[in-house]
Design a protein. Structure first.
Length: 105
């Protein structure tokens, strides 16, 4: 392959990687809006009465989904977090999980 071909191939890979990062960032950005509008930030912000969202980064997507949808079952009946089962679409749930996995950033 020529030098020009290698450069163009490298540019193609860089553009694909950039698009992948941008597409991954989109759900997290939507999740941030949802976390704010649904009141999650009130309790899960630093200094709030619940653990900060960044403490859940290592949890599996499934665990986070369960905790969001039915916190009493997933976290125990002592939790004050309201259930979101039936209140979020699958895309909204995925966006919240993406936001949490991004460290609440």
């Amino acid at each position: 392959m020529s030098t020009r071909g290698l450069i163009l191939s490298g540019l193609g890979l860089a553009l694909a990687a950039s698009a992948a990062v941008a597409s991954a960032a989109a759900p997290a950005a939507e999740g941030k809006v949802l976390a704010s509008s649904q009141g999650c930030i009130m309790c899960h912000a630093a200094g709030g009465m619940a653990k900060p969202l960044s403490s859940y980064v290592g949890d599996s997507d499934r665990r986070l989904e369960e905790a969001i949808l039915d916190p009493n079952k997933a976290l125990g009946s002592a939790t004050m977090m309201p259930p979101f089962q039936g209140k979020l679409s699958a895309a909204q749930l995925a966006a919240l999980v993406a936001y949490i996995k991004a460290g609440g950033q």
